[in-house]
Design a protein around this ligand. Structure first.
Ligand code: FES
Length: 66
């Protein structure tokens, strides 16, 4: 596995929401399944604490929503 692929894979397992520990991979999976922010928050606990993840969630929705 190249270093670049390993870096991307590692990034996918980073927590987007520190409060809930929800990873970028999990958020993207739910967006692709068609869940809106409320559903993602209910299912993972993301964006239900301090709110610092709001911008990152908005960006992921803009990139991955069909
Ligand atoms: S970092 Fe997501 S609610 Fe605090």
């Amino acid at each position: 596995m190249s270093d670049k692929i390993q870096d991307i894979d590692f990034e996918m397992d980073e927590a987007v929401c520190i409060c809930s520990g929800t990873t970028k991979r999990r958020i993207i999976e739910l967006i692709i399944e068609g869940h809106d922010l409320d559903n993602v928050s209910r299912k993972t606990g993301a964006y239900s604490g301090c709110g610092a993840c709001e911008y990152d969630l908005e960006v992921l929705f803009k990139i991955h929503r069909a």
